[in-house]
Design a protein around this ligand. Structure first.
Ligand code: BG6
Ligand code: MG
Length: 226
């Protein structure tokens, strides 16, 4: 799948792939922080303990599955209708935070790396569990950048199921074995491996989770391996 070569003191691992599929929240932009703030506001209102460690378990999983993880700490039993209202309440807080974003929130490092990867001939796509994906891409000025987008509106099973990555690869017209995935979620690394793709961990609980093919030192480290 990949090979390494020694050059001077440094070891360079190279991945021979045609496409790179990016997770969105916590990889392309810092919206993972907004997810945390919005869930924290809901959890505090309901009197449920919630911290950044629990938040790591929400990375990559759907909105309703995230809510179920938060409610594990609640003594109350809620109806489906109440749960849907909680998920909507969180999403409304989250979207208010998203509205504060602009193209200035896309870092130079991410923008320049994406442009260079395209220049090197890679197909680039998004594979995100979020139903807010298109809104976020619009906010940061990347609406028309990617060759394909698969998101929470395209799937019935969220990560660690590989569905969103397989959809993204199919939209690109590239075989899963020719794709690499960049993820901050352990669930996303599991999804990539389940889909037969290379899994590159960046930040979050993806880093050093044990299933990754490579730990990225930074977003721009992609330019060292492709
Ligand atoms: C993922 C996030 O990208 O999207 C999860 O890592 C989130 O934390 C999921 O729950 C769904 O997002 P949204 O925007 O549809 O609520
Ligand atoms: Mg993520």
């Amino acid at each position: 799948m990949h090979s390494g070569s020694l050059k001077g003191e440094k070891y360079f691992m190279k991945f021979e792939k045609k496409a790179i599929i990016f997770d969105l929240d916590g990889v392309i932009c810092f919206t993972d922080k907004f997810h945390y703030q919005a869930w924290k506001a809901l959890a505090d209102r309901l009197g449920i303990y919630f911290d950044e460690k629990i938040n790591d378990r929400l990375r990559g999983v759907s909105r309703m599955a995230s809510l179920e993880i938060i409610l594990e700490r609640s003594a109350e039993t809620y109806t489906q209708e109440q749960k849907e209202a909680f998920a909507e309440e969180k999403n409304n807080i989250y979207r208010e935070l998203l509205k504060t974003m602009s193209p200035a929130d896309l870092t130079d490092e991410v923008r320049d790396t994406l442009v260079e990867l395209r220049h090197r001939g890679y197909k680039l796509s998004i594979g995100s569990s979020s139903k807010n994906t298109k809104f976020i891409l619009e906010r940061i000025g990347l609406s028309d950048f990617f060759d394909a987008i698969a998101d929470g509106t395209d799937i019935s099973r969220s990560k660690p199921d590989p569905e969103v990555f397989l959809k993204s690869a199919a939209k690109l017209g590239v075989a899963p074995s020719d794709c690499a995935v960049v993820e901050d979620a352990k669930a996303g690394i599991e999804a990539a491996k389940a889909g037969g793709m290379a899994a590159l961990a960046l930040f979050g609980d993806a880093k050093d989770c044990g299933l990754e093919d490579y730990n990225l030192k930074s977003f721009s480290d992609l330019l060292n391996i492709f």
